[in-house]
Design a binder for this molecule. Structure first.
Ligand code: NDP
Length: 341
């Protein structure tokens, strides 16, 4: 499709998408958001990336999650998104909620990662240029930096908001104690934390931050919780039921290693797939619905390598409710996995 000819579906807000309030803020986010970590770098045809973003917006997905380092190479996902903004989405900027982050390795030298004011400030300026934006809706500190005073990192977020380069501040992958200090600092500086972004799915219930109760903790602080890798990078779909398909994330050997697909994991995936089928849905749909059944989760950020994949996953929004027996069965299937407890 020619991007300049794009006009979004007039029914984009009349379909199945529901919007949830982000903590105690004024912001509503779609239950399903789109993340651009993979599949939007230079190796992917631009037309494919644009079609996926358009499919998202056509179906009521208003939130697009980016970071400085998404690609590969780092920065290229923001560049791709910037091209889409310029070609077709700029007229709809006020309908879009766009995030970026800084925290992981971005450029060489001592100022290209972690949590210094120097890094966060320069990185946000770069992200805005790449995305052809005047501001992002939320700017995150992507990870906790134990070597930098938390106050310095938080003040950089506060100043980004005061300068109008971001409307809200967020944190991601922070351990609970640091998250508590971050929430407090941001509140005391009139920039309440909008979102905590954490890994959460059937197989990994918060393992990275060692605290599955972070969802509850965020809610108690009036902060929204947004779940990343809700499909465990594709493991919680039918993608790997019959081997490792060419072109899949696992076949590329990057963030999802073949070693993740142990015989035990495969048998768990098969059992979950059967349970999903008994509920009349795909494993991907059930996995997303399982997260969204927690009312304190604001949104799940899915990844997608095609528009078709994304559209299929929207079926999660009309999922039947879980019975106690089904929830118990999911826990039972995963019980040998430490991150499921
Ligand atoms: P998911 O767990 O949703 O995995 C997405 C992958 O699953 C897709 O690329 C695709 O793999 C596969 N998939 C999706 N739907 C289907 C389907 N219906 N059938 C078969 N396979 C399917 O999310 P991601 O790991 O991509 O993370 C989502 C977003 O979360 C990121 O883009 C990013 O925005 C955010 N994130 C944030 C992090 C942080 O530190 N704050 C860390 C990681 C992610 P394939 O490519 O093989 O087709």
């Amino acid at each position: 499709m020619n991007g300049s000819a794009y006009s979004p579906s007039p029914g984009r807000y009349d379909g199945c998408m529901a919007y949830r309030r982000c903590g105690s803020s004024g912001v509503l986010l779609p239950e399903i958001s789109l993340g651009l970590w993979h599949n939007f770098g230079t190796a992917v045809p631009f037309s494919n990336a644009m079609e996926t973003v358009h499919a998202a917006f056509d179906n009521g997905i208003t939130h697009f999650d980016l970071a400085n380092n998404y690609g590969p190479p780092p920065g290229s996902a923001e560049e791709t998104f910037g091209r889409i903004i310029r070609r077709s989405l700029a007229p709809y900027r006020d309908e879009l909620f766009i995030s970026s982050k800084a925290g992981y390795d971005m450029w060489q030298g001592p100022y290209g990662n972690w949590g210094s004011r120097k890094y966060l400030t320069a990185s946000l300026d770069q992200s805005l240029k790449r995305m052809n934006l005047d501001y992002v809706d939320v700017f995150y500190s992507h990870r906790y930096d134990p070597q930098t005073p938390l106050e310095e990192t938080m003040q950089a977020l506060v100043d980004a908001v005061r300068q109008g380069k971001a409307l809200y501040a967020g944190i991601s992958n922070y351990p609970r104690e640091a998250a508590a200090r971050a929430f407090k600092y941001l509140s005391e500086h009139d920039t309440p934390c909008l979102l905590y972004q954490g890994r959460f799915n059937i197989f990994d219930r918060g393992g990275r931050v060692d605290d599955p109760s972070l969802i509850q903790f965020a809610a108690e602080n009036g902060v929204g919780f947004i779940a990343f890798s809700p499909l465990d990078q594709g493991l919680l779909t039918d993608r790997y039921l019959n081997g490792i398909p060419a072109g899949s994330r696992m076949s590329e050997g990057g963030s999802l290693k073949e070693s993740a697909l142990t015989a035990e994991k495969l048998s768990q995936i098969r059992a979950l797939n059967e349970l999903a089928a008994s509920r009349g849905q795909s494993l991907a749909e059930m996995s997303l619905a399982w997260i969204l059944s927690r009312r304190q989760v604001t949104s799940v950020i899915v990844g997608a390598s095609s528009a078709a994949q994304l559209r299929k996953n929207l079926g999660a929004l009309s999922s039947p409710p879980f019975t106690e027996e089904e929830l118990r069965r999911i826990d039972e299937i995963c019980s040998s996995t430490p991150t499921c407890r």
